[in-house]
Design a protein around this ligand. Sequence first.
Ligand code: NAD
Length: 215
Amino acid sequence: MKIERDLKNLPHKTIERLSQYRRALLICHEQGQTHIYSHEIAKIQHITAVQVRRDLMLIGYSGTLRKGYNVKDLIDLIGEIIDSKRGINVAIIGIGNLGRALINYFVGKRSHLEIVASFDINPDKIGNIMSGVPCYSIDELADKIHELHIEVAIMTVPADFATQTADALVAAGIKGILNYTPKPVNVPETIYLEEYDMITSLEKVAFYVKIQDLN
Ligand code: NAD
């Protein structure tokens, strides 16, 4: 099968959905399902079958009309598209409530993404190991990023420290940042930045609850 791909031009939303499709497909695979139709994936993801087919066409995959998509082939292909073959090392900056929750949740979930270090300013936390992840002093950030080949950082520091943390990460050569603090940060265009604010998501849900009352 010849697969035409231009990874750099894949829409951000498609990348997000491919990750969600794979999560759903892995569950189907575990349950012994070998094939799946676009409308079944669509139903799980609460989107249209047209959207699923469009995303999968973008990565060069088409199923057979009769049997649908081969679950295992699709899992493998999505992996080829979104995973890095060499694996990517990740660090968590700020090992408080959220940092700890993320480590406990994520460790072992994806073989190609490994949380290899955490950083904090609190001397009581520095030197500890949580779920196999060591905590270093923030003063060691640049050295460890280099030494441990860390490419992605998750920021879970208090909002007041968001800017200085992002600046330190950029100076240390980080390539991607997931910012969980409510403070937006500025980074050079060459660094991929994703910002997630739980309150925005919750306000969005609350808005749609509010407008139900208007009907
Ligand atoms: P927390 O106070 O429990 O943890 C913050 C950690 O960051 C502490 O361990 C602290 O020592 C460390 N820290 C402080 N300054 C630092 C610095 N300069 N460098 C490295 N580490 C530093 O806070 P939390 O509840 O884990 O929240 C962390 C961030 O995530 C906040 O910005 C918060 O608004 C955001 N957030 C939290 C939640 C949540 O459910 N807890 C949800 C969404 C977003």
